[in-house]
Design a protein around this ligand. Structure first.
Ligand SMILES: NC(=O)c1ccc[n+]([C@@H]2O[C@H](COP(=O)([O-])OP(=O)(O)OC[C@H]3O[C@@H](n4cnc5c(N)ncnc54)[C@H](O)[C@@H]3O)[C@@H](O)[C@H]2O)c1
Length: 539
């Protein structure tokens, strides 16, 4: 089929590339010439795993093109997907649908033959019905130019996979013809077993926003429980694990931490509230306002924790912010909790250095007042507090002992509850998590009476050497085993001293000698990759 995709941002660029991958001829159109130029060269204009490869393959196959106007789009395609932005309206909770309206109004006068205009953008319920009237009145083809709504559920960071192998397809249609055309577009996906639900326009619009509202509610629920756990001295990570085993609840989206952000969930939640109010059912959805507030308070809570750990004032405190993207595997910083915390700390007087593996440029544009650095060590250099704000996998690989050598004070706030805490603790870090009760803050209390630092005690703590040299032990009992002063496990010969090493030293965690006994905690308890895999970053 001949398809156009109008609006080639995070959603549209992926959709265009995936439609070409399915075998369609696709033209991508965007009002931003810079974006189109990059896409036409096969370059993804943002970080999305697998997208560059798909773009290259589509362009080389001769099925994928970028450029042109709405008039060109009308001439090219029989199905036109609209994937322009619907941001939050300034000064309101409602969604700004002007961009979608502009596309329908700009495209319709050029539609001279039978065609299907398919909205993918997330819009308030009722928008599609209104646009259907606009389309029919402006298109020379009249009723042969029809509107449908096919909301998109992809997650940034998994967008290619989610588009080619979605959990479900939803088609809001007004005729069998529209339904048949959409089934043809998605034929390979439907044949692979993906559920395809055909419904009316309004239900399709609501399917998207209610899914986001549900996910947001789940995340805020566990974050509210995290507050309760902190107050009661309980552990929200274990609590979430227990809850998640209930098949009616499930583990995904049940990781307490800094909460959700991004270009979708927060604004979709607010737009749903605004629309419910317009439709006279504000009372029924009022709880979503609280879901939003719980989420916003997570950011304030982390800033407050940092203030407490800094002894009551953030003025001139050096902060390393690990993460700027709103979640891992994306460079999107729209409404990013990480960046919100970093900017709030800066506004409170802290000197903030931000690191993110991919979102550095976007973060610099969005928050130029912060210092943006290219590696974790630079961010942590002389830091008083390290904040783990976006749960990138590479942060889980940080050697806490090596990092301890560059910071001024080994104090960590793991706002995502996703680092291997035992390892960090053994490396001498004071750790504060979100909703893990007093268990992990003992070190903080020991080291920082009155929530401040005990400077004297801190200064007495041995500063580990940055050398990464590893040596083989020549001593009895451990002959041939790798040793290093940078690891956190004592020599298993029990002597605390191995032949050939100057100081008390340790076996470096390595493939040959994995760290002992904290592993089950790491796997099943707080922190660690498996627990992280169930985190709300997948939303
Ligand atoms: N990003 C996601 O993960 C995601 C997931 C599901 C749904 N959505 C929804 O999809 C829509 C798009 O989101 P996004 O994140 O891709 O936004 P985006 O801002 O990344 O992309 C929107 C694109 O539309 C272009 N555009 C705006 N007006 C245009 C016009 N008149 N003609 C041509 N192009 C125009 C912009 O230049 C931009 O490139 C939103 O409604 C969003 O809620 C997004």
């Amino acid at each position: 089929m001949k398809i156009t995709v109008i609006g080639t941002g995070y959603l549209g660029a992926v959709h265009a590339a995936c439609m070409a991958e399915l075998g369609h001829s696709v033209l991508g159109v965007d009002s931003r010439p810079d974006r189109i130029a990059r896409l036409a060269r096969g370059e993804a204009p943002f970080f999305e795993p697998g997208l560059s490869e798909l773009l290259t393959r589509g362009i080389e196959s001769g099925r994928l093109f970028f450029g042109g106007s709405l008039e060109d789009a009308a001439a090219f395609g029989e199905v036109h997907f609209i994937s322009v932005g619907t941001p939050q309206l300034a000064g309101s909770l409602a969604a700004d649908t002007r961009f979608v309206e502009a596309v329908v109004e700009g495209l319709a006068p050029h539609l001279r033959r039978a065609s299907l205009v398919v909205g993918k953008s997330t819009v308030p319920v009722g928008t599609a019905a209104r646009l259907a009237i606009t389309l029919a009145s402006l298109a020379p083809a009249g009723s042969a130019a029809e509107l449908a709504w096919n909301p998109e559920f992809l997650r940034e960071g998994h967008a290619v996979q989610d588009t080619l192998r979605p959990d479900r397809l939803v088609a809001g249609v007004m005729s069998t013809r529209a339904d048949v055309m959409l089934r043809r577009v998605y034929a390979p996906i439907i044949e692979a077993g993906t559920p395809y639900i055909s419904t009316d326009l309004g239900t399709a619009e609501l399917a998207k926003v209610s899914a986001n509202a549900f996910l947001a509610t789940k995340i805020s629920f566990i974050n509210a429980m995290a507050d309760l756990c902190d107050a009661a001295g309980a552990d929200v990570v274990t609590l979430a694990e227990v809850l998640g085993y209930d098949s009616r609840i499930g583990h995904r989206g049940l990781a307490a931490g800094l909460g959700f952000g991004g270009g979708c969930l927060p604004k979709d939640l607010r737009a749903l509230l605004a629309r419910a109010s317009e439709l006279g059912v504000a009372d029924s959805l009022r709880f979503l306002g609280e879901v939003d507030m719980i989420n916003t308070r997570r950011r304030e809570k982390v800033v407050e924790l940092a203030r407490q750990l800094a002894g009551g004032s953030l003025t001139s405190v050096n902060v390393a912010a690990l993460g700027a993207a709103f979640k891992p595997e994306t460079d999107d910083v729209r409404d990013s909790p990480a960046l919100a915390v970093a900017t709030a700390l800066h506004a409170a007087g802290a000197r903030v250095r931000v690191h993110d593996p991919t979102a550095g440029d976007n973060a610099r544009d969005a928050a130029p007042q912060l210092e943006h650095v290219a590696d974790v060590e630079k961010a942590a250099d002389d830091a008083d507090i390290v904040l783990h704000l976006t749960e990138w996998r590479q942060y889980q690989q940080i050697d806490p002992l090596a990092l301890r050598a560059v910071v001024r004070r080994p104090v960590l706030i793991d706002a995502r509850n996703a680092l291997p805490h035992r390892l960090w603790q053994e490396a001498g870090w004071t750790i504060q998590c979100m909703g893990t009760g007093p268990g992990l803050t003992v070190a903080a209390q020991d080291a920082a009476p009155g929530h401040g630092y005990d400077e004297e005690e801190m200064s007495r703590m041995p500063r580990p050497v940055m050398a990464t040299t590893r040596r083989k032990c020549a001593g009895p009992g451990n002959r041939g085993r790798w040793l290093s002063r940078l690891a956190s496990v004592r020599c298993p010969d029990g002597q605390g001293r191995c032949h050939g090493m100057r100081r008390r030293h340790v076996h470096r965690a390595s493939r040959e000698h994995p760290l002992p006994d904290w592993s089950s905690r790491f796997r099943h308890g707080r922190g660690g990759r498996e627990q992280g895999a169930r985190s709300n970053r997948t939303v």
